[in-house]
Design a protein around this ligand. Structure first.
Ligand SMILES: [Mg+2]
Length: 215
């Protein structure tokens, strides 16, 4: 029963993609297609090479964008607007998740490697508008991505949250390492667990997990 493990929490930090909506809604799949196309055009490479580079950038730089910026000096603004120009109607509102998030005591914030504008559209299409005290994108993290610790430090400082009284929900296990080191309670939200020392809890159903915290 995880309830006692969260009794101290006053700020609830949520990742966006594949955390506040399930992967089967396939929104991020559209972004993946756009990111590969952008790499092909920006670097003049084949699809196969673009996919290989994207994997290497994800592994070594955190995100495709961070790799493009660090290795090739790519301008982030056109990239961010292009890859987030997608069809949001694949998302469906989730009244149960809305009720569970709304019942959490304290501040509720979102931190995504996408942009704040993009996050607001996802939040609206999931029926979660009005629930969050703040929404932070990569532009609020100095254009550095999770999993970099300095990205978390930038956003948490801006927000003013106390890491020792916060919890983070996230589908990418890598993005829970820095929060864990900073003192947050960490929850891995994904179909399959990825046991690691920096992960306190796993769930494949965010709404159900939250319902057990506030019952
Ligand atoms: Mg995610």
């Amino acid at each position: 029963m995880p309830r006692d493990a969260f009794a101290h929490v006053t700020t609830w930090v949520f990742d966006l993609d594949n955390t506040l909506y399930p992967p089967e809604m396939a929104l991020f799949d559209q972004i993946n297609v756009k990111m590969t196309a952008y790499v092909m055009a920006a670097l003049g490479v084949t699809r196969e090479e673009a996919d290989r580079l994207r994997h290497a950038y994800w592994r070594d730089h955190g995100t495709t964008l961070a790799g493009l910026m660090d290795r090739h000096g790519v301008d982030p603004d056109p990239y961010l607007s292009e890859v987030h120009d997608i069809d949001f109607t694949v998302l469906r509102p989730d009244p149960d998740l809305r009720a569970r998030i709304r019942a959490l005591p304290g501040r509720r914030i979102v931190f995504t490697n996408g942009t704040g504008d993009y996050a607001e559209q996802v939040i609206a299409h999931r029926g979660l508008a009005g629930l969050f005290d703040a929404v932070y994108g990569v532009e609020h993290a100095g254009l550095r991505p999770k999993p970099e610790r300095r990205a978390f430090e930038a956003v948490f400082t801006r927000d003013g949250l106390d890491p020792l009284r916060a919890a983070m929900f996230e589908d990418d296990p890598r993005n829970l390492a820095a929060p864990h080191a900073m003192g947050l309670r960490t929850v891995h939200v994904a179909p399959a667990p990825a046991p690691a020392d920096h992960i306190h809890h796993h769930t494949d159903d965010l709404a159900d997990f939250l319902s057990r915290l506030i019952a």
